[in-house]
Design a protein around this ligand. Structure first.
Ligand code: UN1
Length: 496
């Protein structure tokens, strides 16, 4: 017997077994326990979900947005009631420490509150017409059915970023959650159900990326795909969905750096580095995996940083004393370790960590020691590629200009941070750092839900999650001209 009931698909308001009859295991990364199973669905299950979504959306688009928003308000309230319970489940299946899990559920609550407010905005634009007695405006129309594909590292926050704006804007959603975090997905779907979201507006199809995800990309009943995950998968999604003329919004990898200039408050910078590099065991797309430090303070920074990293308590995230949980699974552990070996081979100096932790009960889970490399050169692979684990590369530079150059010298462009007390450099950095998010005197993590979230270069494709910008993913601009002159007015006739 498993601790949890099987995670079934949620289609057309009903919980249903997958037509394949197959299931996959949900494993607790803290101790290897199989918590339960999830439906390993096939393309037929997806088909049912899309059909339910299309039907439900044809009525939902006619419901006034302030009425739609009432459901979101109840979603927020139910999430508030269940915050602890959902956070516990999230920690159990994903591994992040409990206070971060609570923070993540709070992110979803905030998004529900924020997007509920959007029900009374969804602002369009009115514009003067070139012609007399004519009115011109552009309004936001729903796109139809939105396919969302979400990762395991923020199983409820990212799902909330995508589903809530989609639904308030009048769309229906077909959601493929990550295989690793089905319980959190189910809990979120239950909240939607109990909040009174009409059947078919949120459908959950559990399954593997190559089966369910792939079927979403070519399904004619899905209008938009919103994806968060690896750049490799995102690239594939973009090309497949592009061939089918679907709009695609992609949030992908990062290789985020914290720059520490010589005039910085070093203690503050160290606090931020520890939090941004090792929070969520480094498994955030916004995690800091590089520190770019002006050479004259490198020694002083390392002297403060290393003891702090060594003192981090690693263990099961349900223990409130633990600061760093496990990584998601064995393959992640192996990948992180391969990068660490590579870093050593490339000539970087391993200062601390660099190994799997197997002491006592840690052996049953997937734990990696918080790791610091120093003497890293910007062209090393460990300084260029996303590791997605608790590994930090420290690089020394000789000037502010070099720091910006090194920050920008990677293929990704999500988040960047700079520590300095020089206001001129703050504004220069704001202008010249080429990422979608810039922090000044704060770490690279901690984006707030009412501002646009996303990145440049290989991190994104120009769209943004969160904030008002999210609405651009889930709506079409519809331009409307109303001529009240009572006669035919021909535009673009030049008779001067
Ligand atoms: C992610 O890692 O995919 O800014 C999202 C942050 C969080 C979101 C991270 N609010 O770190």
């Amino acid at each position: 017997m498993h601790r949890f009931e099987p995670c079934l698909n949620f289609i057309g308001g009903r919980w249903c077994e997958p037509k394949t009859g197959q299931y996959g295991d949900n494993v607790n990364p803290a101790n290897g326990e199989v918590l339960g199973v999830w439906a390993r669905s096939g393309a037929d299950d997806l088909d049912d979900a899309v059909r339910a979504a299309r039907e439900a959306q044809s009525a939902w688009r006619l419901v006034p947005a302030p009425e739609r928003a009432k459901v979101l308000r109840r979603v927020a309230d139910l999430l508030r009631d269940r915050k602890d319970e959902i956070a516990q489940t999230l920690t159990m299946e994903m591994g992040k420490v409990i206070e971060e899990a609570r923070g993540e559920v709070q992110e979803a609550i905030d998004m529900a509150d924020y997007m509920a407010g959007e029900g009374r905005r969804l602002f369009g634009q009115t514009t003067p017409s070139e012609l007399p007695d004519k009115f011109a405006m552009s309004v936001r129309a729903p796109v139809g059915v939105v396919g969302i594909i979400t990762p395991w590292n923020f199983p409820i926050a990212i799902a909330s970023w995508k589903s809530l704006p989609a639904i308030v804007a009048g769309n229906a959603v077909v959601w493929k959650p990550a295989e690793e975090t089905p319980l959190t997905a189910r809990a979120f779907a239950e909240v939607y159900q109990e909040a009174g979201l009409p059947a078919g507006l949120l459908n959950v199809v559990f399954g593997d990326g190559p089966v369910v995800g792939e079927a979403m990309l070519s399904h004619p009943g899905i209008d938009v795909i919103s994806f968060t995950g690896s750049t490799e998968t995102g690239r594939h999604i973009a090309s497949r969905a592009g061939a089918n003329l679907k709009r695609v919004s992609l949030e992908m990898g990062g290789k985020n750096a914290i720059t520490v200039l010589a005039d910085a408050d070093l203690d503050l910078a160290v606090d931020a580095i520890v939090w941004s590099a090792y929070g969520t065991s480094g498994q955030r797309c916004t995690a800091a995996s590089r520190v770019i430090v002006e050479r004259e303070v490198e020694e002083a920074l390392l002297a403060r940083l290393l003891p702090r990293v060594q003192a981090l308590r690693v263990g099961d995230g349900l223990d409130p004393a633990v600061q760093v949980g496990p990584v998601i699974h064995e393959e992640a552990l192996a990948k992180i370790d391969r990068y660490v070996r590579l870093g050593v081979d490339e000539g970087a100096r391993l200062m601390t960590g660099g190994r799997r932790l197997t002491e006592g009960t840690l052996a049953q889970g997937y734990y990696y020691a918080p790791t610091v490399f120093a003497g890293v050169r910007p062209d090393m692979r460990i300084a260029q590629e996303e590791i997605f684990g608790p590994v930090l590369c420290v690089m020394a530079v000789d000037s502010f200009e070099d720091a910006i150059h090194v920050n920008n010298g990677v293929k990704y462009g999500l988040s960047a941070s700079i520590f300095t007390r020089d206001v001129n450099r703050v504004f220069r950095a704001m202008r010249d750092l080429d990422t979608g998010i810039v922090y000044v005197n704060a770490g690279t993590t901690g984006a707030e839900i009412h501002l646009p979230f996303g990145g440049t270069k290989a991190t994104g494709n120009g769209h943004r999650d969160s904030g008002q910008a999210a609405l651009d993913v889930f709506t079409e601009w519809k331009t409307v001209y109303v001529d009240y002159s009572g006669r035919l007015q021909r535009a673009q006739i030049d008779n001067n």
